[in-house]
Design a protein around this ligand. Structure first.
Ligand SMILES: CC(C)(COP(=O)(O)OP(=O)(O)OC[C@H]1O[C@@H](n2cnc3c(N)ncnc32)[C@H](O)[C@@H]1OP(=O)(O)O)[C@@H](O)C(=O)NCCC(=O)NCCS
Length: 150
C-alpha cells in the first residue's frame, strides 16, 4: 500500500440515476442548502420533476456517499442541443472532484444519445460556478437568453 495521502476521494462516491419519487425530498434539501446558485422554481415541483424523469430518466444523476445524496446534475437532450441544470454538491463535499464526476457521466450519456453541444445557465454573480465552468471547457456565449412562461 502507498504511503501517499489519498488526494483523489472520487472513488468513495457513487453516481446513480435519480429515482422518482423516493429521491425527491433529499434532492430538494440538497438544492435548498446549495446557496443562491440553485434557484428552486416551478419546474422543481414534484409533478414537474416527474415529467422530467419520464422524458430523460437516464440524465438525472445523483452522487451518493454512504447512502446520503450529496450531489446532483440534471441533463436534457431535445435531439439538437443538450442542457445541464442544477449541478450542485453539498458544501462539505466540494473541491473533491464530485461535480466533475457528475458532469463527466452526464457528458458520456449525452454523447451516447448523439448530442454534440450542450448549454447551461448560470447567474452572473455565481463566481464559484463561473470559475468552475471556465476551467472545464465551457465558453461564454454573447447572447441574450429569453424565457416565456406557458
Ligand atoms: C459549482 C459546484 C457544483 C462545484 O462542485 P465541486 O464538487 O466543488 O467541483 P469539483 O470538486 O469537481 O471542482 C472544483 C474544484 O476543486 C478542485 N478539486 C477537485 N478535486 C480536488 C481534490 N481532491 N483536492 C483539491 N481540489 C480538488 C478542482 O480542480 C476544481 O478546481 P478547478 O475549477 O480550478 O478545476 C459547487 O461549488 C456547488 O455546488 N455550488 C453551488 C451550486 C451552484 O451554484 N451550482 C451551479 C449552478 S449553475
Amino acid at each position: 500500500m502507498s504511503d501517499q495521502p489519498d488526494t483523489d476521494a472520487r472513488h468513495l462516491f457513487s453516481i446513480r440515476e435519480f429515482v422518482f419519487p423516493q429521491d425527491y425530498p433529499a434532492v430538494i434539501a440538497l438544492w435548498q442548502a446549495a446557496g443562491e446558485g440553485i434557484q428552486i422554481r416551478r419546474s422543481d415541483r414534484l409533478e414537474e420533476i416527474q415529467k422530467k424523469v419520464q422524458r430523460d430518466p437516464d440524465l438525472f444523476l445523483l452522487a451518493e456517499h454512504q447512502g446520503k445524496v450529496i450531489g446532483s446534475v440534471m441533463g436534457g437532450f431535445d435531439g439538437r442541443r443538450g442542457m445541464m441544470y442544477h449541478l450542485a454538491v453539498a458544501l462539505e463535499y466540494r473541491k473533491q472532484g464530485l461535480a466533475t464526476l457528475l458532469v463527466e457521466e452526464l457528458e458520456k450519456r449525452l454523447r451516447m444519445k448523439g448530442c454534440i453541444r450542450y448549454y447551461l445557465l448560470v447567474t452572473k454573480d455565481n463566481h464559484t460556478a463561473i470559475q468552475y465552468y471556465e476551467n472545464h471547457g465551457w465558453e461564454l456565449m454573447d447572447l441574450y437568453t429569453y424565457a416565456k412562461d406557458l
